[in-house]
Design a protein around this ligand. Sequence first.
Ligand code: GDP
Ligand code: IMO
Ligand code: MG
Length: 427
Amino acid sequence: MPAVVIVGAQWGDEGKGKATDLLGSRVDYVVKFNGGNNAGHTVVIGEEKYALHLLPSGILSPGCIPIIGNGVVVDLAVLFEEIDGLEARGIDTSRLLISANAHVIADYNRTMDKVAERFLGSRKIGTTGRGIGPTYADKMNRIGIRIQDLFDEKILRQKVEGALELKNQILTKIYNRRAAEVDETVAELLTYVDRLRPMVADTPLVLHEALAADKTVLLEAGQATLLDVDHGTYPFVTSSSATAGGACTGSGIAPTEISGVIGIVKAYATRVGEGPFPTELFDDDGERLRQNGFEFGTTTGRPRRCGWYDAPIARYAARINGVTDFVLTKLDVLTGWDKIPVCVAYEVDGERTEEMPMTQTGFHHAKPIYEFFDGWSEDITSARTVADLPSNAQSYVKALERMSGARISAIGVGPDREETIVVHDLL
Ligand code: GDP
Ligand code: IMO
Ligand code: MG
């Protein structure tokens, strides 16, 4: 009865969506357990390309039950837009279940996200502006609105009033914005109730029963290890638990049920938004990675910052998540370089370290120490076994595996579902 977790090992956009989709036909449930529509997963199936934000990537696999877990924050307008968009393309979304305990992103929290960023000025996080941080803050402050609250108008009104009591003071007196109206917010949220009702379920119970009946559950993280609110490059992180531990709290599946953790890691590194990034490139190589890898945000369209593979980060992700298998993605993007640098350690204030520095200051000071690997020029997109790869590409993969703390069980050589080398079975 496997419950397998998929997590990002870097700063997001590693190709989690593709990996989830790849396994989709063999799993019974796919659960999104954290984040919201800050995520952007591109899945390519033949000629069709899908950009998913809020829905679990498992929605594309017929027969698989997609679940939005309690750890997710839900923008209801985006939810139904995404459902309608997929239905219009012939994708059946009727199996979708949503936890009654998931929190709702209210209009005032989208406003708070945007104005807070403006207020921070040069200290801004570079958020996606989707209201993620303020909604999780409300959850922790115990003034959040949950999916279940929508089914009792009186309770909903009380909760919105309670949340706005303080928030409107902040919006008007600190941020100089207009106050949010209780009536408007409640009325908007109530418009979704009828469509929402049949989807809402006690998802921890559903999942418990599924595992007891020997079903396979895939837990799909949004964001990534270095964006995790506890283990990432705080404060330049998202506001949820994007690591494997979050899979349990965000779904209601017990830690003892987890049988494997798949870390998705790109053959180089990218980051969107602000924050430290030791191997970041500001030269032609960075631009070439961006163009070759089409590194532009699925959610905000922002160009992604690009840099070389960072092995200390991969080792850190392996440790924090207990990664059992890595999926190495976008190896094809590195085709054509003579030499490929890999960061094997950092120099921090004159000292060499193989680990992520303990403090924020240490990480800001970290300078990458590179080892250089011979590149290859052959097109590798049609490779389906390791032996099909040029020997330099094989050596590069072997070196990353040696440095990164877990075996590499699959290798991405192109965006399409088929463009994958499977080395070890992932389930
Ligand atoms: P996610 O947020 O982790 O799901 O990743 P994104 O979908 O935001 O970004 C990954 C991008 O890389 C998407 O456009 C994928 O279609 C694409 N992709 C995934 N794996 C590969 C691969 O092995 N090679 C290439 N060239 N593209 C890939
Ligand atoms: P996927 O699931 C890359 C980044 C934002 C910003 C920070 C906080 O596609 O890998 P937020 O709006 O979450 O409060 O923004 O986190 N960020 C992502 N970067 N991929 C993502 O998701 C991201 N989700 C959030 O750019 O720096
Ligand atoms: Mg993404």
